[in-house]
Design a protein around this ligand. Structure first.
Ligand SMILES: Nc1nc2c(ncn2[C@@H]2O[C@H](COP(=O)(O)OP(=O)(O)O)[C@@H](O)[C@H]2O)c(=O)[nH]1
Ligand SMILES: [Mg+2]
Length: 367
């Protein structure tokens, strides 16, 4: 998942780190103190060196420091902290080239332009004028700036379980999106996921355009032991989904998952159909499904769907096949709707609730 972007971010992180390191004129080794007065190989704790503590003595306690009215660091320590910090104030000029490279990297990875701009601005703000914290390496500083920038654009995700637990049952979820992106598979995966979490589920076979589509979702439901409501090929999808909601109400089912046909090539038809479905089924959530591999196209389409039929959350499928990661980075920030799940393969378990922290640690690796 996102292996290309991961490699590029690693290079960008190193480049930013070495630019800062070069500017302060010290070795670039991560974790190495680069403030001249700190003896080589010793961490820049700010409380060693000239406090004249004997080498064998335990770490100085506040009581051992020169007396101050507060419980904070002693005077000598505080002076030392100031010196340490002053040595590492990063200027705009120090990182301008590295930021341009990061910008190119993100754009090449299909990160949308406004999202790229937001990330660059966040990284810049995180670094320029920043003081290094005691014991923090330049690489730590860069890592933190990148991490915060990515977390900022990724949003918080969407807690589906929490949503179900706090809303009246049955919770009705309508899935929309373009053909072939993985809606039907996602309905099956989410059905399996919710069933595993102890919720009862019913699926509505709202793609009535092809007999094959009705059969496809029917096979999934049977394999998963999930009740499905189906009508004949060509039936009105609204009627199928109305019946599905009725079934859920009379059987006290927790969640209705409504599959639909993707008809993006014929927008007015799609609009009319989905509009009717919306009125009849009254979904609590409209989930837009697209494939991560579509990159910018997925983001553009999501924005268009959100404008026309509405979207409360997004699922990106085929993240397992996506090296660039641009859609996953961009979509929540661009349309202002949270990512709910990532599809990461063809089997039922291959779905991950979208966890921004997890995605960032996947992208940046360890601190
Ligand atoms: N690798 C991979 N393939 C997926 C994923 N989700 C769906 N697919 C495949 O994408 C194809 C289209 O899926 P389908 O659910 O029929 O799309 P729909 O037309 O939107 O309903 C199928 O071959 C699925 O197995 C995923 O997360 N990863
Ligand atoms: Mg389908």
């Amino acid at each position: 998942m996102f292996s290309g972007l991961k490699e590029k971010l690693k290079a960008a992180r190193e480049r930013l780190g070495s630019s800062i390191q070069a500017a302060v004129g010290a070795p670039a080794a991560p974790g190495e103190g680069n403030v001249p007065p700190v003896p080589a190989g010793r961490p820049a704790t700010g409380r060693d060196a000239d406090t004249a503590a004997p080498a064998a003595s335990p770490a100085p306690s506040p009581a051992a420091a020169p007396a101050t009215p507060s419980s904070g660091p002693g005077f000598v320590d505080r002076v030392r902290v100031l010196i340490t910090e002053r040595e590492l104030i990063v200027s705009e000029k120090n990182i301008a080239d590295a930021l341009s490279e990061l910008e190119m990297t993100l754009l090449e990875s299909d990160v949308a332009l406004p999202v790229t701009d937001a990330i660059i601005a966040h990284v810049r703000a995180g670094l320029v004028g920043r003081h290094r914290k005691i014991g923090e390496s330049v690489d730590d500083l860069v890592f933190e700036a990148l991490k915060n920038a990515l977390l900022d654009v990724l949003g918080k995700g969407f807690d589906l379980k929490g949503y179900i637990d706090t809303h009246e049952r049955p919770v009705r979820i309508l899935f929309t999106g373009v053909n072939g992106t993985g809606k039907t598979t996602t309905v099956a995966k989410i059905g399996a996921y919710l069933k595993k979490q102890g919720y009862s589920v019913v699926i509505g076979a709202g793609d009535t355009y092809r007999a094959g589509a009705i059969e496809q979702i029917g096979v999934h439901a049977e394999r998963l032991g999930i009740k499905i409501i189906q009508h004949q090929e060509g039936a009105d999808p609204s009627a199928v989904l109305f019946d599905t909601v009725q079934y859920a109400q009379s059987h006290k089912i927790d969640v209705v998952l409504a599959d639909t046909a993707g008809r993006f090539h014929n927008k007015s038809n799609l609009m009319n159909q989905l509009d009717k479905i919306r009125r009849v089924m009254k979904p609590d959530l409209i989930v837009y499904v697209d494939e991560a591999v579509a990159g910018n196209d997925a983001v553009t389409r999501a924005a268009e769907f959100d404008r026309t039929v509405g979207a409360d959350a997004v699922v990106l499928t085929k993240a397992d096949m996506d090296s660039r990661g641009g859609a996953a980075i961009s979509i929540a920030h661009t349309i202002g709707k949270p990512l709910m799940f990532l599809g990461v393969g063809q089997s039922y378990e291959d779905i991950m609730p979208f966890d921004p922290e997890q995605v960032v640690s996947e992208l940046l690796g360890e601190a």
